[in-house]
Every structure is written in C-alpha cells, then in structure tokens.
Design a binder for this molecule. Structure first.
Ligand SMILES: [Zn+2]
Length: 161
C-alpha cells in the first residue's frame, strides 16, 4: 500500500465508513453505491465485500449497495493503521472500541510457546492453575520444580548452618 492509498482510505472511511462493535468483535466497514470504492478497500485491506439492496424511501427507488467489511484482528489492524489520519471523533471511537476489544477474553496476545527460561510450554511442561486468584494462569513445570529445589536447598542450608 502506498501513501496515496493510505490517505485515500483514511479520507474515504472517515467520511463514508463505520467503526463499530459487532457482537463480541469489532468491525471496520464502508457502504457505497459505487462498487469501485468498495473493491479498492478490499484490495488494500482484505476482508469481504457484500452486495445488498436498500429501498430509498424518499426517492422511492431500490438501490444496490456494496459493503466492504473487516472484522476482529483485521479490523483492529486497519483502525490502528488509519488512526493518525482520521478525525478526532473517529479517533475517539477507535480508542473506545480497541479498549473494549482488547479487554475481552480470547483477544489477548498469543500464548507464549516458551517460558522465560527457554523451556518449551508443551503439554507435559505446562501447568494451568485450576482455582484461586491465579485461576487460568499458565506456569512452567520445570521452572516450578527448580524453584522448589532451590527453596528446599536454601532451607537445608539454614538448618545445616
Ligand atoms: Zn521454565
């Protein structure tokens, strides 16, 4: 994507688009009669394009509309990319959405595959606390064992001294 595309997208979505909550996720979308704009957004950002018909009450005509939309992490990525180029009202909305979205379970950073001491957190090394304050927290079993041994060694030292 070049700078022109980025600015075009920001201007278009700022004017015609929508940043919203969509059930448990978030979306970035834009609806337009003209398919060209919607296709351009799709080519730049991915996501999906849909066609739907809406009756214009005033004009009493059936209009064909194209809607581009992206959801979840893709929508969040688009929001963060366009953020500096958008109007303050849009920026506020994005901040609200991202804050809510990031707080939801299941939207955390991907789990680490190794502990900080380099043990692989596979099925046999991983211990997940099942209750208490730290319920759901992941621990590395080799590290827990090492900590226990160290602790025991310290106690032994205290006794022998
Ligand atoms: Zn470890």
């Amino acid at each position: 994507m070049n700078v022109n595309d980025l600015h075009w997208s920001a201007g278009f979505i700022d004017g015609e688009g929508c940043f919203c909550r969509c059930g448990r996720t978030i979306s970035t979308s834009a609806t337009q009669v003209d398919r060209w704009h919607v296709d351009k957004l799709y080519n730049l950002f991915g996501g999906n394009v849909g066609v739907f018909y809406r009756k214009e009450i005033k004009a009493n005509v059936e209009g064909k509309y194209h809607r581009w939309a992206a959801y979840g992490p893709r929508a969040a990525g688009i929001m963060m990319t366009l953020y500096p180029l958008l109007s303050p009202r849009r920026q506020d909305k994005i901040m609200d959405l991202l804050t809510i979205w990031l707080q939801q379970p299941g939207h955390h950073k991907p789990y680490k595959t190794h502990c900080k001491h380099g043990h692989e957190l596979n099925a046999s090394n991983l211990y997940i606390r099942k209750s208490g304050k730290q319920q759901g927290k992941r621990f590395c079993k080799p590290c827990m064992l090492i900590a226990q041994i160290k602790c025991r060694a310290r106690k032994m030292e205290l006794i022998s001294n």
